[in-house]
Ligand binder design. Structure first.
Ligand code: PRP
Ligand code: URA
Length: 203
């Protein structure tokens, strides 16, 4: 996504001098802006509305139900920004962390809305690095028989995009920036560092 507001806010996140409070606020603002793009294809229906002047037909969002699923921890930072635009969305949670040695995702928590199979799901995680966590999160949600899944990442590495496209070609990826590469520790370059640590102030 190349909107100037997104690019500006992303540069704030990348700056190592940005503190926890601003980092959190800007992650949330970016999620709101990205949500605007990622919901562009929501179906509309015509309804009759009486304005103070006359009655006419107008568009509203058709009955499609949405759920958002943040990948813990860092995905939590994007939830409020999405709910600003879609306040009635249900929220599931997946807990995954990357093993620092193998870089493989390890699952530690999962709680989904009961009717998740009937909903379109947007998975939230600020970082798409090797793609291991995203691919596992998508598979998890597919196991609940969800048909329509989107992935929303603030920054992605080419390796992560390739992995998700390979494992889940049916899932569209929405990202604000596509960075250059991964370093030897699996961090995105230039990236923004460890998103979870920067959102929660754990480093
Ligand atoms: C980060 C990030 C993603 C994952 C991306 O989480 O939020 O979930 O790494 O890396 P991958 O694409 O190589 O799987 P992390 O494992 O650091 O856990 P945390 O959110 O608890 O800090
Ligand atoms: N997870 C992060 O938080 N940052 C990266 O650069 C890669 C994975």
């Amino acid at each position: 996504m190349d909107h100037p507001l997104l690019q500006h806010k992303l540069s704030i996140l990348r700056d190592e001098n940005t503190g926890v409070k601003d980092f959190r606020e800007v992650v949330s603002e970016i999620a709101t802006l990205m949500c605007y793009e990622a919901t562009r294809d929501l179906p509309l229906e015509e309804v009759e509305i009486k304005t103070p002047i006359t009655t006419a037909k107008f568009k509203t969002i058709a009955g499609k139900k949405l759920a958002i699923v943040p990948v813990l921890r860092a995905g939590l930072g994007m939830v409020d920004g999405i709910l600003t635009l879609i306040p009635s969305a249900k929220v599931g949670h997946i807990g995954l962390y990357r093993d620092p040695d193998t870089l493989e995702p390890v699952e530690y928590y999962c709680k989904m809305p009961n009717d998740i199979a009937e909903r379109e799901v947007i998975i939230l995680d600020p970082m798409l690095a090797t793609g291991g966590s995203a691919s596992a999160a998508i598979q998890f949600i597919k196991n609940y028989e969800v048909k329509n899944i989107k992935l929303m990442n603030i920054i992605a590495a080419p390796e992560g995009i390739q992995r998700v496209h390979h494992d889940h070609p049916d899932v569209d990826i929405y990202c604000a920036a596509l960075d250059e590469k991964l370093n030897d520790h699996g961090y995105i370059v230039p990236g923004l560092g460890d998103a979870g640590d920067r959102i929660f102030g754990t480093k």
